[in-house]
Write a protein that binds this ligand. Structure first.
Ligand code: ZN
Ligand code: ZN
Length: 214
């Protein structure tokens, strides 16, 4: 039985399955799916639908060129190994492959308050980073100018009444203003992707933002 309580939306799974989600968000989606049987099953059903759509389009004689162009687009999408794997690693397989190692191989940079981050190099408009937040510490209070996906890999955080632990994903957008707080104990390690800068309420986080680039 999986203990994951917070999942991906159909829209995110579909855009991943169709190869149209950009690389930063794709890493987060693939990493969640590798940990989550429920989302993997939904993803597979979307992939099946996508495959039959391509067949149908083929049948009504989509011009040879445009079909080729569509398939090239799908082929160009980053591919991750989303098969479930049991291992002692903290980083699930898609992320392990991307970084080329486990947590010990991550190049952390301190960003203040004991928080550390490691920005991953990705193409496209989104930014993705690993965050390590000391147990009991709060993230700066912030809003969002776009979409933010936060996947927990170790430890847990609370956001109002919701608790997010390994495998759980929090999806935030323009409507959500929040202050996630890491649970006491183990450092909370998260993988977070955003497609627009966060909106910080306090002056200090806003100044820090210019240096940290969140
Ligand atoms: Zn899920
Ligand atoms: Zn947020």
């Amino acid at each position: 039985m999986s203990s994951i309580n917070h999942h991906l939306t159909d829209a995110l799974l579909m855009s991943y399955a169709s190869g149209t989600l950009d690389e930063g968000f794709s890493i987060v989606v693939a990493t969640h799916v590798s940990l989550c049987d429920e989302c993997r099953a939904r993803m597979e059903s979307f992939e099946a639908v996508g495959g039959s759509l391509v067949d149908e389009v083929d049948a009504v004689e989509m011009g040879e060129d445009s079909l080729e162009a569509t398939m090239a687009l799908i082929d160009a999408a980053p591919e991750f190994d989303i098969a479930p794997k049991v291992s002692g690693k903290v980083l699930p397989q898609p992320l392990f492959d991307y970084i080329g190692g486990d947590l010990d191989d991550v190049h952390w940079k301190p960003v203040g308050g004991g928080v550390r981050q490691s920005v991953l190099n990705v193409d496209g408009g989104s930014q993705v980073r690993l965050l390590s937040i000391p147990g009991g510490a709060a993230m700066p209070d912030h809003g969002h100018n776009g979409l933010e996906l936060t996947l927990v890999l170790q430890g847990a955080f609370k956001d109002d009444d919701d608790r997010f632990a390994r495998g759980d994903i929090e999806i935030a957008d323009e409507d959500l203003h929040h202050t996630p707080i890491a649970e006491a104990g183990q450092d909370c390690i998260c993988l977070a992707a955003t497609d627009a800068p966060l909106r910080f309420k306090g002056l200090l986080p806003r100044i820090a933002q210019r240096f940290v680039g969140i």
